[in-house]
Design a protein around this ligand. Structure first.
Ligand code: SF4
Length: 281
């Protein structure tokens, strides 16, 4: 060190050196999995359409709550945007904005054949969903559960409830909503609506390990090639305990845009530097 430098300048240099040493020590100790998690979180911060957890509580209007339940039921094996639009459409057609129970009563009372026909052709002459036959069976049962257990108001599933597991269990009683969809639902409730304790609930909110997320987790080495969905959930909890689900949107988007099943575009992928690119191993 040049001892002729002014004392303040020397102090700044020492501080900078200490900072860079601390940085080196910290990043050196990061495991490859931690580095991937960091890269995913960094990319998440740049995602424009990802809704960051809100501070307050945004109330669900009655009709939106109905559309939300339908959307969760529909959001499988078709593009998400299409599923949520179809759910809105069904809600508008069979529900009544002034009476939250009307949708569920109609779904219980409608003749099975008519419901099937509506789901098959009601979406501008097309089916609302590729599994419209399954939904024609599941919707009346779902409606019966919402009428019996929640007086026809699905907001009773989550209102005044801070235990994410309880809400997930309640959602999974509705046919068509499995563990992956219930995880997605509580993520939306906690982050977009500030429900379930809002930010306090984030450590309990898991990833939704769908096909995109699993592919990115496998190829980036976060999980073994044959790992199960529950192992993916566990590693996300371990790597990002304050908010495990934060790793979900970036993984899902990377799976959609770059980490395709065939011909992945690794050179454009935002986690390419850290990713070991484990294809078919
Ligand atoms: S696209 Fe390539 S770099 Fe990106 S996650 Fe997939 S394997 Fe890794």
């Amino acid at each position: 060190m040049d001892h002729h430098q002014p004392r303040e300048r020397r102090a700044v240099l020492v501080l900078l050196r200490l900072k860079s040493m601390r940085y080196l020590v910290t990043t050196k100790n990061f495991s490859p999995k931690n580095k991937i998690a960091l890269a995913l979180r960094k990319y998440r911060k740049s995602m424009e359409d990802w809704v960051k957890p809100i501070d307050g509580i945004r109330r669900f209007r009655a009709s939106s709550a109905n559309a939300f339940i339908l959307g969760v039921m529909f959001d499988r094996n078709i593009p998400a945007g299409r599923a949520w639009e179809a759910a809105e459409w069904v809600n508008d057609s069979l529900g009544d904005p002034g009476d939250i129970t009307a949708l569920w009563r109609n779904l219980v009372e409608i003749e099975a054949k008519r419901l099937l026909g509506f789901l098959q052709y009601g979406y501008g002459g097309k089916a609302f969903h590729r599994y419209y036959k399954t939904l024609a069976r599941q919707l009346p049962t779902a409606a019966q559960i919402i009428l019996n257990s929640y007086n026809g108001d699905p907001r009773s599933i989550w209102n005044n409830q801070r235990d994410v597991e309880v809400v997930r269990e309640r959602l999974e009683e509705i046919p068509g909503i499995g563990p992956a969809l219930s995880r997605m639902a509580v993520l939306i409730l906690a982050t977009t609506y500030g429900l379930l304790g809002g930010k306090q609930s984030l450590p309990q909110v898991d990833i939704k390990p769908d096909v995109q997320v699993m592919r990115v987790f496998r190829r980036s080495g976060l999980i073994a090639p044959k790992a199960t969905e529950s192992e993916a959930i566990k590693i996300a909890r371990l790597l990002n305990p304050e908010f495990p689900a934060e790793l979900d949107p970036p993984s899902w988007e990377i799976g959609q845009k770059w980490c395709r099943p065939t011909s992945p575009k690794c050179s454009d992928c935002p986690i390419s530097v850290e990713c070991p690119k484990l294809f078919g191993k």
